[in-house]
Design a protein around this ligand. Structure first.
Ligand code: ADP
Length: 386
């Protein structure tokens, strides 16, 4: 095999993101986004979206038929208990991903379509599935199990799988690198705060706990998802409010979180409103931060010794206010922020805690596409990368 380029495809429910990455120097010759799939005036379906991706690449002389292309890497949301590492896609693997649709009805179908179309376009090329759940497969049973009837849980695959694993893997390793240490030497709490948000506890490079569960609904307060609630809220909504299962699903996944609390899910807008004294925006921010602090405390106890706390994704990388409020006054557990460093804008990985802080607090930009490309290239081309 001579090519060194990997096409990374992230087929979401209504969009396809792509990046072409040259593994010779990890440069990005092309990237783009096809949005509004299945919407009026948008792209008809995922097959049409993938054809547009192929056309856009063609237009830049980087077509799918290029001999430079070595492999295609696909982000797949749910790998269940079967797929715990990046996997070369075969018919059997594709069938396995399809078997997991009931666990991820919003996500896996789009991922499957992306794989099918890409395989039709380049049947000769190695294609690799990189699972959002895989990094969390090492979580011990004590943390992965829900305390529900064991037979029922086993029968229906009810356990904590965790998501955003590609990001947690990348950021925990990048954080070790920032500290000048090997990942095996450091314990890190990773806070991935984007539209979706999750926390993980990583001991010596191995994930031991995470905030998301059976689905990406559990855990932190997110843009539109509630995160943790008493499960009896669901029964109450059914019995007292008369909502059906799909309505409750939509309420908790799409109309809750920051959006549900104050009508906005963008932290920038919430910041502007708070500055004007808006009470609802302030409460949404406070609920968001309170949950975050809870998880920092919980994962500090889980790890015992914490060397670093890493903030990543849109909110984590950009919101000075969230980082400040989340970690303020935690000197007793070894966390002392540096207000000046924290307020400085920057692009790369950087330390935002005080030199005296026992726990290093860092902003570490995530790069899920690069992580997928490395995994894909290593598997498809037999390199030791990653
Ligand atoms: P996704 O989960 O969709 O990949 P991102 O990681 O890109 O999301 O995060 C998107 C969120 O990041 C936005 O909804 C917004 O709230 C937040 N964000 C982006 N830039 C800023 C900023 N400068 N300050 C505060 N929040 C920001």
């Amino acid at each position: 095999m001579t090519g060194t380029r990997v096409l990374v495809l992230n087929s979401g429910s209504s969009s396809v993101k792509y990046q072409l990455i040259d593994m010779a120097d990890e440069s990005r010759p092309a990237s783009g986004l096809v949005e509004r799939i299945g919407e009026e005036g948008g792209t008809a379906d995922h097959a049409a979206a993938l054809r547009r991706v192929a056309d856009e690449l063609d237009g830049q002389g980087l077509g799918l038929d290029s001999p430079e292309l070595a492999a295609i890497g696909h982000r797949v949301v749910h790998g269940g208990t079967r797929f715990t590492r990046p996997t070369l896609i075969t018919d059997d693997v594709l069938a396995g991903i399809r078997d997991l649709v009931p666990l991820a009805p919003l996500h896996n179908p789009a991922n499957i379509t992306g794989i099918e179309v890409a395989r039709r376009l380049r049947p000769d090329l190695p294609q690799v599935a990189v699972f959002d759940t895989a990094f969390h497969a090492t979580i011990p049973e004590a943390a992965a199990r829900y305390a529900v009837d064991a037979a029922t849980a086993d029968r229906y695959g009810i356990r904590r799988y965790g998501f955003h694993g590609t990001s947690h893997a990348y950021v925990s390793r990048a954080t070790a690198a920032l500290l000048g240490k090997d990942p095996a030497e450091v314990n890190v709490i990773v806070l991935h705060l984007g539209n979706g948000a999750s926390a993980s506890a990583v001991r010596g490079g191995v994930c031991v706990d995470t905030s998301m569960g059976l689905t990406p609904l559990e855990g932190l307060v997110m843009g539109t998802r509630s995160g943790d609630i008493d499960p009896a809220v669901v029964f109450h909504l059914e019995r007292v409010a008369g909502l059906d299962t799909d309505e409750i699903d939509t309420l908790l996944n799409k109309k809750s979180g920051l959006l549900g609390l104050c009508g906005d899910n963008d932290m920038r807008e919430i910041g502007r409103r708070m500055a004007e004294g808006d009470q609802a925006a302030q409460l949404a921010f406070d609920v968001y931060v309170h949950r975050l602090r809870r998880y920092v405390g919980a994962f500090t106890a889980v790890l015992g010794r914490v060397d670093a706390i890493a903030f990543t994704a849109g909110v984590g990388e950009n919101s000075v206010a969230v980082r400040t409020a989340a970690l303020l006054g935690l000197d007793n557990i070894g966390v002392t922020m540096d207000p000046v460093r924290n307020a400085v804008r920057g692009n790369g990985a950087r330390v935002v805690s005080a030199p005296s802080s026992r726990v290093t607090v860092a902003v570490v930009p995530t790069d899920e596409e690069l992580e997928i490309a490395r995994d894909t290239y290593a598997l498809a081309c037999g390199t030791a990368g990653g």
